[in-house]
Write a new protein. Structure first.
Length: 697
């Protein structure tokens, strides 16, 4: 519900009335109003018959202006909508009042640390459909928690002018009474104005006071648009009403919205020093974030062998997710990878190449983790005293133990986990991929993210939540800057269109930023298994052009697609359990590098909610249009990894493109002539799997 700023706010905005109104007694509290009302009207007492409505409080008139359905607002303001630095925040609300008065509205906003509010005018956007939706926008220029709200007031002078104009158009001529009303309003406006605006108002007042001036000239003077503009620069907000809440907005840096991730196991590249030597090549390939699985000491007890076998052979390195040994836990580094100094050098040099190092934050321990000795109460034990290892039937993780979130010392556990993230942030890490966050308390994540950003506001957390939609959404609302999605399993035209539209237009776009990983060490989709190299091209083009952020796990560029068993999503000879000899020389890397360059050079591919899917008249093809300013991209991709497909890309006229236009395929430089309507396309294995077309300026 809105509230009147005159009675409930001391900072009622520029141009607010002063004087006697300032000396008015404060409005009675809600409790006092209820008590007085209950004493005078017994039927209205709490617990009684509320069918008799209480009388309005005599000292405070209810607001005449209503401000409803503000946007963007997530769960009634419980969570913050999200933007990145440099973006414009589009805001809107239903604003109206009873009667025929003309109203004005503004959005009030302020950034982190600001005491004063800034304002931007709102415009009436539903004029043609008999609505009352008002909208505005403001730019966010720094990281942190922003706030905004809305204020509206009646424009008495504009209302009076409109009434006068309509009476003149209706043929009324004796309007001396109406002009006398205008004099009062203009005198008040003069007292609020200054400079040239004040002189203009005074001139009009003199015109109205001059008996020798014809009535028509007086009408022209008060109806002049220059007069209205001058007065509205010094508004009278005598009945200003504000939304009864401040709406939060979380602003993160651009990398939270746009970037290309590359996941690698440091041990397969020769440790930190080996990865450091690859930094120039990774930057040349156009990646922005290098994501490392856990880099901590790996436990010995129940260590897994190759292909997740229960017995490790001598020399088997174990799974990096079995964290902790006698050499330390989450705060420590596996000495086989290098030292703390070498890691910090890697982080520093990555930054020099325009890259960032992202770390995996996995809240789980091996049986050898120091916490099991120091804090046994943090872990789950069965009644017989045995530790309960992690399971997700039929999957079993005998080398991993989960923490007990319901233990009596949960505060100590929370603080210890926070300190781990702070430690790695202090070592230069600003991006964390969080393992299985949906199996941990939502309240913990909300608290943890708040604690971390209070000290490192530029930290970004990626949620690896392959879970039910409501959990994925809740984690995004709680503060995760990015989210894994179901893209990996969306392969048909219908599935992709439906899912991307959900991410871009259902409301999720306000708080959930997708990261389209084409594969992970845990997920080898059957589309890649059965599609071979053409399927890999299709998936990377889709991931990189549908979502502003996407990721590739090393091995993808080598077309690795052999599963552990039929219908399994696990890799045969998975890198989770053995060391590979990796080099950045896969045959798909030139294509990936070209795609990354295309993404950086075309702003249309750096945003999510600017996508329009195009009709193809063939389920084997998918086509979509993205625009950002003058940058227009049309992507057409073959979804059939086995057979070439022919179809069309239907460009509708409402997209605002010329009747005929030239396009350039940014993948190979070839040019085509396109037009509104149906455009023939043929794509497929052995030819080309995709077009990324830019409309020539």
């Amino acid at each position: 519900m809105p509230r009147s700023s005159r009675s409930q706010h001391s900072d009622s905005g520029p141009g607010a009335r002063s004087g006697a109104a300032d000396a008015a007694p404060a409005a009675p509290s809600d409790d006092r109003i209820r008590a007085e009302s209950a004493a005078e009207h017994p039927l209205e007492a709490p617990g009684e018959d509320w069918s008799v409505l209480p009388r309005p409080a005599e000292r405070t008139a209810p607001p005449r202006i209503q401000i409803l359905s503000p946007a963007p607002m997530i769960d009634c303001g419980r969570f913050a909508a999200k933007r990145t630095v440099g973006e414009w925040v589009d805001v809107s609300a239903d604003v109206f009042r009873d009667g025929h008065e003309i109203i004005r509205a503004v959005v009030r906003y302020r950034g982190p640390g600001d005491e004063d509010w800034r304002e931007a005018p709102m415009r009436w956007i539903d004029r043609d459909v008999d609505g009352d939706r008002w909208a505005s926008a403001f730019e966010v220029d720094r990281v942190g928690r922003w706030e905004f709200t809305f204020e509206a007031w009646s424009d008495l002078l504009a209302t009076w002018r409109d009434e006068l104009r309509r009476k003149l158009e209706a043929g009324q001529r004796d309007l001396r009474g109406e002009l006398s009303e205008g004099v009062v309003l203009l005198e008040e406006a003069r007292d609020r104005a200054n400079g040239a605006d004040r002189r203009l108002v005074e001139h009009v007042l003199q015109t109205l006071a001059d008996d020798a001036t014809p009535e028509e000239a007086k009408h022209d003077a008060v109806l002049a648009p220059e007069l209205l503009a001058a007065v509205e620069r010094h508004p009278d907000r005598h009945d200003a009403t504000r939304l009864d809440r401040i709406i939060p907005l979380e602003v993160e840096r651009e990398r939270a919205r746009f970037g290309a991730w590359y996941e690698l196991f440091p041990r397969s590249f020769g440790g930190f020093e080996g990865v450091r030597r690859q930094l120039p090549r990774l930057a040349e390939l156009g990646f922005d974030v290098i994501y490392l699985p856990p880099i901590h000491p790996i436990g010995h007890t129940n260590r897994k062998g190759r292909n997740n076998s229960l017995e490790a052979a001598p020399g088997d390195p174990g799974s990096p997710w079995a964290i902790g040994s006698e050499e330390g836990g989450h705060e420590a580094i596996n000495p086989e990878l290098g030292t703390v100094e070498e890691f910090e050098r890697l982080v520093s040099e990555a930054r020099e190449h325009g890259l960032e190092i992202a770390l995996d934050f996995a809240i789980q321990c091996s049986a050898d983790h120091p916490w099991l000795r120091e804090h046994p109460e943090w872990f789950n034990r069965r009644p017989d005293g045995t530790l309960k290892y992690a399971e997700n039937p039929p999957k079993r993780y005998q080398d991993i133990y989960n923490v007990n979130w319901d233990c009596e010392d949960w505060r100590g556990l929370w603080n210890a986990l926070r300190d781990i993230v702070l430690l790695w942030s202090q070592r230069g890490v600003r991006i964390f991929r969080v393992d299985n966050p949906h199996t941990k308390p939502l309240a913990f994540w909300e608290w943890l993210i708040s604690e971390i950003r209070a000290r490192y506001p530029d930290v970004i957390l990626l949620s690896e939540a392959f879970t039910r939609r409501v959990k994925l959404r809740a984690l995004a609302k709680a503060g995760f800057g990015q989210s894994y999605t179901y893209f990996t399993w969306k392969n048909s035209r219908h599935e992709l269109t439906e899912y991307v539209n959900e991410l871009a237009y259902s409301g999720m776009q306000e708080y959930c930023r997708p990261n389209f990983f084409v594969n992970t060490p845990d997920i080898l989709n059957e589309y890649l298994v059965h599609g071979g190299p053409p399927a890999f091209v299709t998936r990377v083009v889709l991931a990189a052009t549908l979502s502003p952020t996407y990721g590739v796990y090393s091995g993808f560029e080598n077309f690795e697609n052999v599963p552990l068993a039929p219908d399994s999503e696990e890799y045969l000879n998975s890198e989770k359990y053995e060391i590979k000899q990796r080099r950045l020389d896969g045959p798909l890397l030139p294509t990936i590098a070209r795609i990354n360059r295309i993404r950086r050079e075309n702003a249309a591919l750096q945003h999510l909610s600017n996508i329009t899917f195009l009709e193809t008249e063939n389920e084997g093809l998918i086509a979509y249009h993205k625009r950002w300013g003058d940058n227009v991209i049309i992507v057409v991709v073959c979804l059939d990894a086995h057979t070439p497909q022919e179809g069309v890309a239907v460009v509708p006229a409402w997209l605002g493109l010329p009747p005929a236009f030239a396009v350039e395929d940014l993948l190979d430089g070839e040019r085509f002539d396109w037009r509104l309507g149906r455009n023939y396309v043929r794509l497929g294995p052995g030819e080309r799997m995709a077009h990324i077309l830019r409309i020539a300026a």
